[in-house]
Ligand binder design. Structure first.
Ligand code: HAM
Length: 449
């Protein structure tokens, strides 16, 4: 038997109802914050992720589905979408559109991780990106939007964790310090940490191995090494969140597994998820646009920045690009992605199992003539938004059994006489009560409101 590929799965009804519910809520909340949908291809050039996510990250070194196309091009199934959104921002000159570019996406991502509960090789993300501003106000707005979305789904027990990972000015000093301290303790850490101490020391802070925790807790904290600008930015983000009534906890060890992050990083975790407890992750990525460009393109970008009046003088004088770049052209942004598989799982667990959609009416026709005629009745009711099922074949007894199994709210048994007179007997499946009802009364009786 051919089965679904390891780490991938079929999503089936009624669970897909919850998926749709979550996606509808996301679209509604995103729209209310003036976000528009972006759909980027699932296939991208491998370079995009090597440059964007980072050549030394676990995602790029171990987890990507990469292959040579027939013409020799190296392609990758997207492991995440932020790099793709930034590629589209550059490719379609979105920096020339008015205002901050606010974009959302819903779709599958691919990472060749070891499958377990809440971790798949094809998984779905619901994400949002705001590109073109460095303002801490936007950080707070993006984070508030994520929290609002979870709140609109009545998800309880989620915790928002917040950190700043600094910028290209202050992080190198911190990394040097961290390497120095790690050199002293690395032999006592787990094998993964020993490797990361060499390749990607920040990721050591993220280690979950219990025995390593006391050692890692004693390592230097990034929050003690932020430059003045990053410190101010982080303070402002926190003040903005507090002003909005968004509760958070500062976690100096929250560094996240993608290299593009600068300044704000955040995660929402949920206890019900177990080991894979991260429901969503996000952060700011002010250097991502530049990281995606090759050296020639970077020069073109610098020339454009040089035309921005306040910068022109500074660039002409020293030939150096000052830090205060134009955020729209620089593509400064912040966003998050929700793990939709994990969100659906958490909601289903919180609600005690699968959520069954309502089947408003089950029609059991008696005979072929009634079957054909009741199709018109069903069509009229469906046009009014009701969910109707008709037993197309089989005996009446079987039909009633099926109505019960499907969880129909009401059942209608229709013979030719009933069809001709327009007077029906409607059975309430929960109470067993039967009522005589006219065709005209049917829609209001069935309505869920
Ligand atoms: P990420 O932390 O790699 O960030 O993934 C975000 C979320 O996707 C995780 O919190 C988790 O819920 C879900 N997720 C990740 N891997 C898997 C998996 N193998 N199976 C199931 N769920 C998974 C990003 O992807 C960034 N692009 C987020 C972002 C957007 N940052 C800025 N903008």
């Amino acid at each position: 038997m051919i089965r679904a590929v390891k780490g991938t799965r079929d999503l089936l009804p009624p669970s897909t109802e919850v998926w749709n519910l979550v996606e509808e809520a996301a679209r509604r909340v995103f729209r209310s914050y003036n976000y528009g949908e972006i759909r980027t291809p699932i296939l991208e050039e491998t370079q995009l992720f090597a440059r964007g996510v980072g050549a030394e990250t676990d995602i790029v070194t171990k987890e990507m589905y990469t292959f040579d196309d027939r013409d020799g091009a190296k392609l990758t199934l997207r492991p995440e979408a932020t790099a793709s959104v930034m590629r589209a921002y550059i490719e379609h000159h979105l920096d020339q559109r008015p205002g901050v570019q606010k974009l959302y996406y819903i779709g599958p991502m691919f990472r060749r991780e070891r499958p377990q509960k809440g971790r798949y090789r094809q998984f779905f993300q619901i994400g949002a990106e705001a590109i073109g501003s460095e303002s801490p106000f936007i950080d707070a707005e993006v984070i508030e939007m994520a929290v609002e979305l979870l709140g609109s789904l009545h998800l309880e027990g989620a915790q928002l964790l917040l950190n700043s990972v600094g910028c290209s000015k202050c992080r190198p000093d911190f990394l040097a310090k961290l390497r120095e301290e790690l050199a002293k303790v690395a032999p006592k850490l787990c094998a993964d940490c020993q490797r990361r101490a060499q390749t990607n020391p920040l990721r050591v802070l993220d280690c979950k191995v219990p025995e390593d925790q006391p050692i890692i807790d004693a390592l230097p904290s990034i929050l003690d090494h932020l430059c003045a600008d990053c410190r101010q930015h982080f303070d402002d983000v926190q003040q903005n969140l507090t002003a909005r009534g968004v509760a958070f906890q500062v976690r100096p060890r929250l560094v996240r597994g993608l290299d593009y992050y600068t300044r704000t990083t955040f995660e929402v975790v949920h206890g019900a998820l177990g080991a894979q407890n991260s429901l969503l992750g996000g952060g700011r990525y002010d250097g991502l646009r530049r990281a995606l460009l090759d050296p020639n393109e970077q020069r073109v970008l610098d020339n454009r920045l040089a035309l921005v009046p306040p910068l022109a003088g500074a660039i002409q004088e020293g030939g150096q690009i000052p830090k205060e770049l134009d955020p729209k052209i620089e593509g400064s942004g912040i966003g998050f992605s929700i793990g939709e598989d994990r969100l659906v799982m958490t909601l289903e667990e919180a609600r005690g199992g699968e959520i069954k959609p309502a089947l408003d009416l089950f029609i059991a026709p008696m005979g072929d003539v009634a079957l054909r005629q009741c199709a018109l009745l069903a069509r009229d009711l469906r046009r009014q938004g009701l969910t109707i099922e008709i037993a197309a074949e089989g005996k009446l007894k079987r039909a009633i059994e099926l109505a019960n199994k499907l969880g129909a709210r009401y059942t209608l048994i229709l013979g030719e006489n009933e069809m001709a007179s327009g007077n029906y007997t409607l059975k309430n499946m929960a109470t067993g009560e039967q009522q005589s009802i006219s065709r005209e009364e049917l829609p209001s009786r069935l309505s869920r409101g």
